[in-house]
Design a protein around this ligand. Structure first.
Ligand SMILES: Nc1ncnc2c1ncn2[C@@H]1O[C@H](COP(=O)(O)OP(=O)(O)OP(=O)(O)O)[C@@H](O)[C@H]1O
Ligand SMILES: [Mg+2]
Length: 266
């Protein structure tokens, strides 16, 4: 493409007792692009997301390599600089929304707190606009609700609203729909597509499910045994997979086949 990527990383990560999880993973995300990162459970997807945010040590892991974000190497950034960046320039949406929200704080106060973490200005207007953008109610009754009073789909929208409040250049989405039913999952996927369209937010969208990311992502990277074994546009991944593991993934995608069943006469 010839453009400088928004994010360009080369990463090795390990856990004591577990060994190397990511073994020289190389990835680029262009500005405004949604890159899907697909790999099976345990392949190191969450490890990669935590590493980008420089949070891996909280899980006891260690990493090395380089993480160029806007040409600054986050691997060398101070914790102070990372704190300015997390939730503002790079945000994270995680898998279980109810576990990610603070149960003792109302929706409104959590949004306000997320706003105040990076701004001294009055956030009311931005919060209202963001709630509308993620199709949430802006009325007081809703803002006064606690997370336990929300369905998991609504809770995920609140979490997404918090993540995009400061219009980050990059959103890390770590299996954000896997706790949701199929219909809610489709709505949330559509929401990510809209945020990408309207705000030009680039995304690293992590999933174990090749099919669910196919329509959302501009490109897909396949993570297997600590490395990116293949990357390309969804169409090419599905129609012409190059790596044996990718072929397995593509062949495992369910296709609907209906066979009419005959009643066995009594
Ligand atoms: N704190 C830890 N200590 C030791 N090993 C860990 C730790 N956290 C994760 N692992 C191991 O590292 C590997 C990668 O874990 P990770 O959570 O990144 O995988 P994942 O691709 O996100 O999986 P999932 O799809 O299930 O979320 C797994 O084998 C996991 O068991
Ligand atoms: Mg994970």
């Amino acid at each position: 493409m010839g453009l400088t990527p928004l994010l360009s990383l080369y990463l090795t990560a390990e856990y004591p007792g577990k060994g190397t999880v990511l073994n020289g993973v190389s990835l680029d995300v262009q500005a405004g692009e949604i890159l899907g990162l697909v790999g099976q459970s345990g392949s190191g997807k969450s490890t990669l997301a935590l590493s980008i945010l420089r949070l891996l040590h909280f899980k006891g892991g260690s990493d090395s390599g380089s993480i160029l974000f806007r040409e600054t190497d986050l691997m060398k950034a101070s914790e102070k600089d990372m704190r300015k960046l997390r939730g503002k320039d790079i945000s994270l949406v995680m898998q279980s929304p109810l576990a990610s929200l603070n149960p003792s704080m109302t929706v409104g106060n959590q949004l306000l707190e997320a706003w105040r973490a990076h701004s001294k200005l009055d956030g009311t207007q931005v919060i209202m606009e963001t709630l509308r953008q993620v199709s949430l109610s802006v009325d007081v009754a809703f803002l006064n609700r606690y997370p336990t009073q929300l369905s998991v789909g609504l809770a995920q929208r609140v979490l997404i609203a918090m993540a995009v409040l400061h219009k980050p250049a990059l959103l890390l989405a770590d299996e954000p729909t896997s706790a949701l039913d199929a219909l809610t999952q489709a709505e949330i996927l559509e929401l990510f597509a809209r945020l990408n369209r309207e705000n030009a937010t680039a995304m690293l969208y992590v999933s174990h499910d090749l099919l669910s990311v196919a329509s959302l992502c501009h490109r897909i990277a396949i993570l297997h045994e600590g490395r990116i074994v293949e990357q390309g546009e969804p169409k090419d991944i599905f129609e012409n997979p190059q790596h044996e593991y990718t072929r397995k993934l593509v062949n495992a995608v369910p296709t609907l086949r209906f066979k009419s069943r005959e009643l066995i006469p009594a």
